[in-house]
Design a protein around this ligand. Structure first.
Ligand code: SF4
Length: 378
């Protein structure tokens, strides 16, 4: 059982801290961290200061999205005046593939395409095909809000996509429309999940961000709907990602409470992880109805096995979802650096990595100006 986090401990003592969160203009980090020196003695395999390797790469292929999920891109901040990255600042497909090759040389096993909404990036199927051609055996997956998936599922599969994750925060249409804040109906996302299954991208992982008072009363409906279908729901604790979602600890439903509620309805038991560092904790239904997962960044931190790097839409390397700044790889790419130099830069960054934000989260850290999730992918 993961050590209980300071945040959860404070919450357990009833000192639920909530703080007024003025709606701030999200930061698009201009100044980047300097690439540290490469430690030649480090040898391989590459490991950070806590002995964690580099297994997964998450790539944000766009900072745009057609939804305005209140916990990620709140409408009042990401409004018509919000300035998205100009095309010239966004990594090209060739640059993404080149960086992915370099990361693959460290033995990464999975690339997850994210955003914003990755299916809004024009030609994303072609990017997947280029990645698949460059990295024939790597696990290529993608996280989408499902709005455009029904039409694209077959093409994504044919391009070489391995699997897909669809975000769906409620089956109740009114609740879902309120949470995506663009009035997008549940039915269309469910049709997309079916289309993904039919295209061979199943079992689909379905991500539900659980927020107290917003959709937690729909946890059982979600479990019931997908139980026995092969699809896997992951219930995600509401997180203080970025600086704009008005996060409060008292809006968090701890995963153990989610599991308790589900167990009352559908008896379940813990199940083994697929691999070390897997984000979701697996639970399986005792009646053979399949499994679900919980992702507990706030109350049961998993930083000790975190082996994920993130590439922002504009080509910066982030070593934590809750980072405030990243390391600029784009200027190395566009500055004529060769692959060896870029590889050394990535290795140096990872060697010096100390991130364990979820283990040290407090009321103060939660207020820090962190990069927006929509900029570096969840
Ligand atoms: S908080 Fe940062 S270090 Fe911890 S698991 Fe999340 S991304 Fe990894």
């Amino acid at each position: 059982m993961a050590a209980i986090t300071p945040a959860a401990a404070e919450f357990a003592t009833g000192r639920c801290y909530s703080f007024p969160v003025e709606k701030v203009i999200p930061i698009v980090p201009q100044n980047r961290l300097a690439i540290p020196p490469l430690r030649q003695d480090a040898g391989l395999p590459l490991a950070d200061t806590l002995g964690r390797g580099l297994r997964d790469l998450r790539i944000s292929v766009t900072d745009r999205c057609n939804f305005r999920c209140t916990y990620c891109m709140p409408k009042e901040v990401f409004n018509d005046d919000y300035e998205y990255l100009p095309q010239t600042e966004i990594l090209t497909f060739e640059e993404i593939v080149r960086l992915s090759r370099i990361f693959a040389s460290f033995g990464i096993q999975k690339i997850r395409l994210t955003g914003g909404e990755p299916l809004m990036r024009k030609g994303v199927e072609s990017l997947i095909a280029q990645l698949r051609a460059a990295l024939p055996t790597i696990d290529i997956t993608l996280t989408t809000n499902g709005s455009a998936l029904k039409a694209k599922a077959r093409a994504l599969k044919d391009a070489g996509l391995s699997r897909i994750t669809v975000s769906l925060d409620s089956l109740d249409d009114a609740t879902f429309r309120a949470m995506n804040d663009v009035d997008f109906p549940v039915g269309k996302v469910l049709e997309s999940i079916d289309a993904a299954r039919d295209a061979g991208l199943g079992p689909v992982k379905v991500n539900m961000v659980v927020k107290r008072g917003a959709n937690d009363h729909h946890i059982i409906d979600m479990a019931r709907h997908f139980k026995g279908t092969g699809h896997i729901v992951r219930f995600i604790e509401f997180m203080d990602v970025g600086s704009t979602n008005g996060w409060r600890m008292d809006d968090v439903i701890p995963s153990r409470e989610v599991v308790h509620r589900i167990h009352e309805a559908f008896p379940c038991e813990p199940w083994n992880a697929h691999y070390k560092g897997e984000v979701a904790k697996r639970w399986r239904y005792l009646d053979g109805g399949g499994e679900f997962g919980v992702i507990s960044s706030v109350t049961e931190a998993f930083c000790s096995t975190c082996n994920r790097a993130r590439l922002s839409t504009d080509g910066a390397l982030y070593t934590c979802l809750f980072a405030q700044q990243g390391f600029d790889l784009k200027s190395l790419l566009r500055g004529g650096q060769d692959d060896v130099s870029i590889r050394d830069a990535i290795a140096a960054v990872w060697q010096h990595r100390t991130d364990r934000y979820s283990e040290i989260r407090t009321a103060e850290t939660a207020k820090a100006r962190k990069v927006e999730m929509s900029f570096i992918g969840g």
